[in-house]
Design a protein around this ligand. Sequence first.
Ligand code: GRF
Length: 218
Amino acid sequence: MARRRVAILISGRGSNMTALIEAAKAKDYPAEIVLVISNIAGAGGLAKASDAGIETATVESKPFGKDREAFERKLHDVLVAHNIELVCLAGFLRLLTPWFVRQWEGRMLNIHPALLPAYKGLHTHERALADGVKIHGATVHFVVPEMDSGPIVIQGAVAVRDNDTPDTLAVRVLGIEHRIYPDALRLVASGRTRLENGLCKTDGNGSPPDKLISPEVI
Ligand code: GRF
């Protein structure tokens, strides 16, 4: 089967981008990363993508000011010109308009550093610690107009420790992110996911461990 053509949109260091690029090197991976686009000139991830031999583009959002749709039309044109089939947002710090989201409906993924629908928005690790939750994690979901919503493809969880700080928790959640984003793209690109009534269902689910208990009492 032809591999699906994927673009990754970034604004920063691009560690999730790197995880996707690495995963896509596998011969049986159902997607190829053909383009990385940043809305910020000089974003750290751009150099990493170039080093990995991936074409990069910068479509700066700043010159467009509040005209989000004008920026997005330019972005959309670049994606279409590269025959992109799937878009992965990976630390892309722009709210997208309903117009853009509609263009890529069912074909655009995002990763969020929390177990959605808990902790939408920013500062997820700080807020999780302030609430004293014992399990936290990350989510890959399809993008819909409402921020950090949309059908959930995959989630990964970590146990929260009493002595965690936002930084120590972020490190462990990031490790989970790097594992689940490539898995999510594998599922979606290979056609193993389907959207039913606003939810994402997966064919050929393995049998995951049923439980993650935190703290574990021994
Ligand atoms: C990640 O924590 C991701 O969940 C969030 O933004 C961060 C991006 O990090 N959306 P990186 O650029 O992938 O390293």
